[in-house]
Design a protein around this ligand. Sequence first.
Ligand code: NDP
Length: 240
Amino acid sequence: MDRKPLIAITGASSGIGEATARAFSAAGHPVLLMARRLERLNALGLPDAVIRQVDVRDRAALAAAVADAEAEHGPVDMMFANAGIARLGDIGRQPPEDWDEMIDINTKGVMNTVHAVMSGMMARRQGTLVMMSSIAGRKVYPDHTVYCGTKFFVHAVSESLREYLAPHDVRVIVVSPGIIDTEVLDGVRDETTLANYKANKQAIGGGISADVVAKLILDAYELPQRTIVQEIVITPTRQK
Ligand code: NDP
């Protein structure tokens, strides 16, 4: 049986990244799992997994992790630039350190992640970049100001990259979820924003399982290389 290609995921230690790691591993792919919480990556217990403690702000660590995994399993065929944080909060009250962290991780971190694999994919004329945006990368919310800014950034970069990479046969898929049940709210420090978010989530009947997002990504990846799902927008039915 042919060996399945290597799949790399940032933010694989929880939530959507973890669910996607499990889905691709169950489909028979070796996986490169990256995040800061090494113990959570190890606890996944996935076969053919290369596990690296990587902060996406660290370009050299990303490159080294990719090189290690590729030496073992061949080229990365899909990179999921998923790692991100949501310091949602009222911009009038938010400490600038929260913007710094979100901007560094959600924008520069995504660029670092793409950079680690893009030239290899172009040279091979094969590969898929999956970019984690959000519904907050398509519409704004008044108490998500900088988070929305970072996700609009991902959206714009993804669309530009898709056009840039299309002639090289590399696919760029942007993922824009609504409310998904993960640990992402742990990053919200603004009590009022957190209370409003939770009230809205309850009012619309709750979030969606991360497994649903993972399955959509796997389905999109498994289409022939010359076919692309340009964007996956998935929300609870009642979410506006
Ligand atoms: P989680 O908090 O469960 O997952 C976030 C992941 O990102 C963790 O694995 C975390 O790992 C990793 N991460 C955070 N900062 C860094 C960093 N500096 N370097 C490397 N890894 C990092 O939440 P989600 O699964 O929900 O979030 C995944 C992505 O989905 C994010 O980009 C988020 O913005 C986006 N999203 C989530 C939605 C939701 O409703 N849940 C909706 C729309 C988009 P560790 O802490 O171990 O480093």
